[in-house]
Design a protein around this ligand. Structure first.
Ligand code: TRP
Length: 342
């Protein structure tokens, strides 16, 4: 039996933080064990919001690759590739666009809320931004993905992909597998300030590249139970981000249980709880930092991983597009130069 194929991507937007580690990266590391994984650096999708900052994206892409490799994603087993280097994805996006009613594009709730967050009026939305879920369908379909691990906000995009696949297969025959979203258990890590989500540019993130002292400082400044004034006040553990982090990152479950018990009874200070969290978190980050340092000195190896992944993904996408052109009736074998993509 062949392994199912996983496809997922990130829109690069700067260095990754421990929220990514808890949510996305740890689950990818597991998937890598049992599936054939395609991890996409969605740099074209990053243009939807960064088209006016051409200096930004390539820097962000570099950071993300280094982060991926340093947490242990393995180019021997998984395929890392750059969206902009697969022209087949752009081609497929155009073709799929023929099958998508405009009403479906407009009703996508994730697009609506992203536009709202950015204060974009519906009149000013670009064609590229409004259409990125179709390009994302092409990301998935170009390599014929079966499983798409994503966060909840991405479910509408996967649903849209499934609609497109069904319509395509009905019209032209069974070319594509109908992909399934993999929601998995991805804990959403709150920010150090207690806000619901950690965000790269929200000033509430602990980054994988932070040094031990920075991690410690950020942890010591974390939001905790605001009603607790003295170490002898009984404290609340539930919804307290310091304990959420302990649950996610502290490998010593007995220590965490003991701290919780003492906290509830007012027998431990916030400082001690945080000190122990800083130690645990630095323990998790240390091997990642070490690998990152090694990789930073060996950029050729890093580049080679992306080059070979991109080559591999591209040959999959080229095969897909050959079929797509055939079934859609625009293949012209006798007019085409017989050439492999480079
Ligand atoms: N839109 C996704 C995000 O912002 C990134 C993405 C791009 C993606 N292409 C994809 C996710 C294909 C899954 C499959 O997180």
């Amino acid at each position: 039996m062949t392994k199912k194929r996983v496809v997922t991507g990130v829109r690069p937007s700067g260095p990754l933080h421990v929220g990514h580690l808890a949510g996305v990266l740890r689950s990818w590391l597991e998937l890598q064990e049992s599936y054939e994984c395609f991890f996409l650096l969605a740099d074209v999708q990053a243009l939807t919001t960064n088209f006016d900052r051409p200096d930004q994206i390539s820097t962000d892409v570099r950071e993300v690759i280094l982060d991926w490799l340093s947490v242990g994603l393995d180019p021997q087993r998984s395929t890392f590739y750059l969206q902009s280097m697969l022209p087949e994805i752009a081609e497929l996006t155009v073709f799929l666009g023929m099958l998508v009613p405009l009403s479906h594009v407009r009703r996508n709730p994730t697009i609506k809320s992203e536009a709202e967050q950015r204060g974009w009026e519906s009149e000013n939305l670009t064609y590229g931004f409004l259409g990125y879920p179709i390009s994302q369908a092409a990301d998935i379909m170009a390599v014929r993905g079966d499983l798409v691990p994503v966060g909840e906000d991405q479910l509408p995009h996967v649903e849209q992909t499934r609609e497109i696949v069904r319509r395509f297969n009905r019209l032209y025959g069974p070319v594509f597998p109908e992909p399934q979203a993999l929601l998995g258990e991805m804990p959403r890590l709150p920010g150090t300030d207690g806000r619901r989500q950690m965000g790269t540019s929200l000033g509430n993130a602990i980054f994988l590249i932070d040094d031990p002292e920075t991690v410690r400082r950020k942890v010591m400044g974390m939001y905790t139970d605001p009603r607790r004034i003295h170490a002898t006040d009984p404290g609340t553990v539930e919804g307290n981000p310091v304990f959420t982090y302990h649950d996610v990152f502290n490998p010593d479950g007995a220590e965490v249980a003991e701290l919780k018990q003492r906290y509830r009874k007012g027998r431990v200070g916030d400082i001690e709880v945080k000190e122990r969290l800083a130690v645990a978190l630095n323990g998790v980050l240390e091997p990642i930092r070490r690998r990152r340092e090694q990789l930073a000195m060996d950029i050729d190896t890093v580049d080679a991983a992306v080059r070979s992944g991109t080559r591999r993904a591209r040959s999959e996408a080229a095969a897909t597009m050959k079929t797509v052109r055939e079934v859609m009736g625009i293949s012209y074998p006798s007019l085409r130069e017989q050439q492999q993509p480079g």
